[in-house]
Design a protein around this ligand. Structure first.
Ligand code: SAH
Length: 250
């Protein structure tokens, strides 16, 4: 059995009970750069670990090879855990891994994880929806294939006041801001960039479409971008940074 498992966004306590159970039972854990490595300490003695780390945009192991690694381990072991940052199906390519296994007659289960798209803004004091401010939110990839001439992001769809959360977009922040101004958003529209969210290393920078790329350019990855009026609520809702020292000392 292969468990395509979400590891949550960083804070180890955001792992689900179900994910923790399969980690306890695993014979092998195939894990990403984004999964908190402390989770591996929960594995039983003799459990094997396979790192298939990915950088944000440049994959250190091509997806096809990751699929094959999972498959080969499934032939060898009874309990295979594929541990992925956040949720396995939110830009996690878990669907591709599931299809690869299905086509080879291997049984699998998905175990949802708390996605960084919602939890990282939340730890930074930014709700993705808020009554009276916005009635919906979108989660978008900021990483577009360089080989394609045309943009894959339908920018015209973003004229609404939906909160927009860009994953994998830090290196494209200037381009993203420029595009949003081009489709008519005000230059002083609020934007936050949150780096290493839900961990003690969290750093948040708040600015506007006009200046955020300059302000956030040195932030370490992983980082996500939140665009929308909800960013202003951080003034009152910021909570985690104030407590982070507690997490650090525990
Ligand atoms: N499946 C994952 C997302 C994978 S895409 C999920 O559901 O969370 C990887 C992107 O997620 C990163 O480029 C970054 O934009 C975002 N990300 C993941 N963990 C993060 C964290 N702790 N802080 C900020 N952004 C994070």
């Amino acid at each position: 059995m292969v468990y395509l498992t979400g590891a949550g966004p960083g804070d180890i306590e955001l792992l689900t009970i179900k994910a923790l159970r399969v980690v306890h039972e695993a014979d092998v854990i195939i894990y990403d750069r984004l999964a908190n490595p402390d989770i591996l300490k929960e594995a039983k003695d003799g459990c094997e670990f396979v790192y298939v780390g990915k950088e944000d945009s440049h994959h250190s192991m091509p997806q096809e090879q990751i699929n094959e690694t999972i498959y080969q381990n499934a032939l060898k072991y009874e309990n295979v855990v594929r541990l992925k940052g956040g949720d396995p199906l939110v830009f996690g390519r878990g669907g591709e891994e599931g299809i690869y296994l299905h086509q080879r007659g291997i049984e699998f289960e998905f175990i949802p994880g708390i996605t960084s798209a919602i939890a990282v803004p939340q730890y930074a004091g930014i709700p993705v929806t808020h009554r009276g401010i916005t009635v919906s939110f979108r989660v978008v990839t900021g990483h577009e294939s360089k080989n394609k001439k045309e943009s894959q992001i339908p920018w015209d769809n973003y004229k609404t006041d939906d909160t927009i959360i860009f994953l994998m977009g830090l290196h494209r922040l200037k381009h993203i801001s420029k595009k949003l101004i081009e489709i008519g958003k005000p230059k002083d529209y609020p934007v936050a960039v949150i780096s290493r969210g839900t961990t003690v290393d969290e750093k948040t920078v708040v600015g506007t479409l006009e200046n955020i790329w300059e302000m956030a350019k040195d932030l370490p990855t992983p980082a996500l971008i939140v665009v929308g009026e909800v960013v202003n609520l951080r003034k009152e809702l910021e909570w985690f940074r104030k407590k982070a020292y507690k997490y650090q000392s525990s």
